[in-house]
Write a protein that binds this ligand. Structure first.
Ligand SMILES: Cc1cc2nc3c(=O)[nH]c(=O)nc-3n(C[C@H](O)[C@H](O)[C@H](O)COP(=O)(O)O)c2cc1C
Length: 183
């Protein structure tokens, strides 16, 4: 069972990335979780550069598509900027509309800020449009804004760890039938 964690923030001390790093620490045995760290390398979406028929696209885009193809599920944590999804996250998703890696892929959204209602709704709408499989209803938040946290303390936090673990378990459950029919 493989899960790709994608943070919508490029900040070095991103709370969303820390949340995902804590999730990686909490992944139970049999669940291989990795963090996609190259979102900042994805160029601005340009359909002229995307030759889907011949598999030609910028190398960073091909790498993202391959990373998604190689996993059973996805865990996203993205900040909200000006009531929207972060630009890098939306840009990456635009490259994935035509290629279809999200189609039917179990995906869970978590978030480091309870204020990010607009970004969550917007991200859900985009993901619905590209046919993902929703794993969690509503906004699952671990409020981290203003807190100095690292992944070790988050993974050991009795209020946070169960929320993250529940999310991973929901992803595993949603991905299991898919993994076994593909095997
Ligand atoms: C330019 C800018 C705009 C922001 N706009 C919003 C917003 O509209 N709504 C909100 O809830 N937070 C907003 N924030 C706060 C960020 O979403 C918040 O700091 C988030 O935790 C950053 O994520 P990160 O720690 O993973 O980088 C904004 C922050 C910046 C820098």
């Amino acid at each position: 069972m493989k899960i790709l964690a994608i943070s919508g923030s490029l900040r070095k001390v991103s709370s969303n990335t820390v949340l995902l790093r804590a999730a990686i620490k909490l992944a139970p045995p049999g669940v291989e979780m990795s963090l996609y760290e190259a979102l900042g390398d994805i160029p601005p979406f340009n359909p002229d550069l995307d030759d889907l028929d011949n598999g030609i696209a910028p190398p960073s885009v091909l790498a993202l598509r391959a990373a998604l193809q190689a996993v059973d599920a996805v865990l996203i944590s993205s900040p909200e900027y000006a009531h929207g999804v972060s630009g890098v996250m939306k840009n990456a998703l635009d490259w994935l509309v035509g290629s279809g890696e999200f189609s039917g892929k179990p995906t869970a959204l978590i978030n480091a800020s309870p204020r990010s209602q607009h970004a969550h709704a917007s991200l859900m709408e985009v993901l619905r449009t590209i046919s993902f499989t929703n794993v969690i209803e509503g906004l699952l938040t671990v409020p981290l804004a203003g807190r100095k946290v690292d992944e070790d303390s988050l993974a050991a936090d009795p209020d946070v760890a169960p929320v993250i673990l529940k999310t991973i378990q929901a992803l595993v459950q949603a991905a299991q039938p898919q993994a076994s029919t593909e095997a």
